[in-house]
Design a protein around this ligand. Structure first.
Ligand SMILES: [Ca+2]
Ligand SMILES: [Ca+2]
Length: 293
């Protein structure tokens, strides 16, 4: 990985000894917990190959260590134990990519940590390539094409995001479409730079729901009744969860691993799949263009 962690070591001596009085350092100065002075913007949209430089400067007394972590923890959380990059510097640390690579597209965290007490302040930063439904897969004339978007959105926001692109939140209506959609998800996961950030995420939003209708009457986003379904074992269960969410589970997610469905809480933020425009017959299109000249 071409990550050069430029560590600008501030010429600051750590004056606090562990045996110092609680409120003061050895030099009589009042202790102050770490705080960030300079942090990068929380979201950096880049292209693979771009030069990226992210700087964090923190202050405190004694001067805090500053370092970077990469990725989500094992539970997919931004907080918690994550992969730490390079050595710790004092006061300032710069995360630098001469040419950012696909594997560098990830979640990062800048951490300023007090030397002695372990007090921390953290800033979350996401590096991503532009998110758009990957409609590049082609399955032949008049077949539907699905595109997965590797970005966190709740079900409602996912539906709107597809619509903003002139697409619709995808919902397979038969086994062939379901298999095709699942294949598209797998293909997209293996080649889309943003996708690897979601390796922990097993669920992808589809367009089916039983919102505002009789419980268990499953429809597409535009109220077309689902006559074929592909539920996983024990689903749908309209679970209310440990929080006793009374509305239950009303929106359909697909398992990235199995292609089967679960009814799920609409507020979960997940990747999603749009239904893309049908394939255009290039020969016909070219012929038409030629005829128009
Ligand atoms: Ca329900
Ligand atoms: Ca469920």
């Amino acid at each position: 990985m071409k990550v050069l962690l430029l560590l600008s070591l501030c010429v600051t001596v750590l004056l606090c000894a562990k045996k110092a009085p609680k409120q003061y350092c050895d030099d009589g100065k009042l202790k102050a917990g770490p705080r960030m002075l300079v942090t990068p913007e929380p979201l950096h949209i880049v292209q693979v190959g771009d030069r990226v430089k992210l700087e964090c400067i923190a202050h405190g007394y004694p001067e805090p260590y500053v370092y970077w972590t990469k990725g989500l923890d094992a539970n997919g959380k931004l907080s918690g134990k994550r992969h730490e990059l390079g050595p710790r510097a004092v006061g300032k640390s710069t995360l630098y990519f001469e040419e950012i690579e696909q594997q560098d597209i990830d979640f990062y965290q800048c951490v300023a940590e007090d030397c002695c007490s372990g007090k921390k302040v953290v800033t979350n930063i996401e590096i991503m390539t532009p998110v758009e439904a990957d409609c590049g897969d082609r399955y032949g004339e008049n077949y539907m094409v699905f595109g997965a978007s590797w970005n966190y959105k709740n079900w409602t926001m996912a539906k709107e995001a597809c619509e903003e692109e002139g697409l619709e939140l995808a919902m397979p209506m038969n086994p062939e479409e379901n298999l095709q959609l699942w294949n598209d998800i797998q293909t997209s996961f293996n080649r889309e730079p943003n996708a690897k950030k979601f390796a922990h995420e097993n669920w992808i939003w589809l367009g089916g729901h039983d919102l505002g209708t009789e419980e268990g009457t499953w429809k597409t986003w535009n109220d077309e009744l689902l006559t074929w379904k592909n539920w996983g074992k024990g689903q749908p269960d309209n679970w209310t969860g440990p929080q006793n969410y009374k509305a239950g589970q009303d929106c359909i997610g697909m398992s990235r691993m199995t292609g089967q469905w679960d009814d799920s809480f609409l507020y979960h933020k997940r990747p999603y799949v749009c239904r893309c425009p049908r394939r255009v017959n290039k020969k016909k299109k070219n012929k038409k263009q030629a005829g128009g000249q």
